[in-house]
Design a protein around this ligand. Structure first.
Ligand SMILES: [Zn+2]
Length: 385
């Protein structure tokens, strides 16, 4: 069994140990086992510590299996030789802030709203917590207030191994049946929870606890939270994006929703106006085409209502079918065909020759086809001939 130094001292970043084994793995990395370690291995939903051995061999990951910690490294080390270990403490401390913050939140959630914490995930990028009951916006805000009050009260955080008798007396939270030695993390008046991970000494070190996102999850709720430095970095990034948006809109932060709403309204009106202009243009083109006795009209981006109006214009005074096509050879065409009657018979041949799809009646058929403009023109000419 590896002696796990992080159990008794979460702040130990440097330690010495003796290499027990160093095995080459298939992926080119090495599995190094030490007699003792300060590297916290991945467990209980928390990802592993990283750092260095002897100042040069990088510890990329760590796992625990049957009480033995496996350090996954980028190089080998000689066996039975003493090494210096150095945990990346910035990384570790961030994990400690997130994890203690989660205990505060989950302890209060259990005490205040009777929610059980049924899932936890802590990696370098995200912290999620799952509770077994839904929580309203007001409840979550209340919870966030209580949790931050517990941070500002700067309460002691005690990680300890109770005796069997002590454990018997203790009402603690636990996600699963404990195998092996029971370790409890206690925050007076807030929480007692079975946990194997390193924690900060006092709640004040958590800095701040912020609920970032909320989603329904398995009949309960999944929160993503940020604590301490991670919350500061996220806030800084958000402020940066907000400032950029305000510069773009040339307004203050408070005015942003109203300015965006106004911009949105203007955009809708402009689009409506553009559609109207396009329709007028298409009808003008249709009149010109009728003057040339053309039965076909091509446009790039017209809506169906405008195409039908244009087709009616083309159709005036002639008995043969006419067609208005919108699109390009690359994207294909949507079309509307129109005639005084007998259009279905015309469409049977049209569909076959130009691999078209569509439907309608003897006077109007709408659809789309993948044929080129040249093929469409050739078809109309062949039918007329
Ligand atoms: Zn925990």
């Amino acid at each position: 069994m590896t002696v796990c130094l992080y159990n008794d001292d979460a702040y130990m970043a440097r330690f010495t140990a003796v290499v027990q084994s160093a095995e080459a793995l298939r992926d080119g990395r090495y599995d190094i086992i030490l007699d003792r370690t300060a590297f916290f291995p991945e467990q209980g939903g928390q990802s592993a510590d990283t750092g260095l051995l002897n100042g040069r061999v990088r510890v990329l990951d760590a796992h625990i299996h049957e009480g033995i910690v496996h350090h996954i490294c980028d190089d080998a080390l000689p066996v039975e030789v003493a090494v210096d270990g150095e945990v990346d403490f910035g990384h570790r401390f961030s994990h400690m802030q997130q994890h203690t913050g989660e205990h505060i939140l989950s302890g209060l959630c259990s005490r205040t709203y009777g929610c059980r914490n049924v899932g936890f995930h802590l990696s370098d990028h995200i912290v999620t917590v799952d509770y077994d009951k839904p929580l309203s916006e007001e409840q979550l805000e209340h919870l966030e207030d209580l949790a931050n009050r517990a941070v500002w009260d700067n309460l002691p955080v005690r990680c300890w191994f109770p005796t069997a008798e002590e454990a018997e007396q203790l009402d603690y939270r636990s996600k699963k049946e404990i195998s092996g030695r029971l370790r409890i993390v206690s925050i007076p008046g807030i929480d007692d929870c079975a946990c194997c991970a390193p924690h900060v000494h006092t709640t004040g070190e958590v800095g701040v606890i912020k609920i970032m996102t909320v989603m329904s999850y398995k009949g309960g709720v999944r929160l993503s939270i940020l604590c301490g430095q991670r919350a500061l970095i996220a806030l800084r990034q958000k402020q940066c994006r907000l400032d950029q948006l305000c510069r773009q809109m040339t307004c203050g932060e408070d005015e942003l929703p109203a300015v965006l709403e106004k911009r949105d309204k203007e955009l809708k009106e402009t689009r409506l106006h553009a559609t109207q202009l396009e329709k007028e243009l298409l009808i003008r083109d249709a009149r010109e085409a009728r003057g040339r006795e053309s039965r076909l009209l091509r446009t790039e981006n017209a809506d169906m209502q405008a195409m039908i109006t244009a087709a009616s214009c083309l159709c005036e005074g002639i008995s043969v079918p006419v067609g208005v096509f919108s699109g390009s050879d690359e994207t294909g065409y949507t079309f509307c065909l129109m005639a005084a009657g007998g259009l279905r018979e015309f469409f049977a041949g049209f569909r076959k020759a130009l691999s078209a799809q569509g439907g309608g009646d003897d006077r109007l058929i709408r659809g789309k086809c993948a044929a080129s403009w040249t093929e469409i023109q050739a078809y109309f000419e062949s039918v007329q001939a």
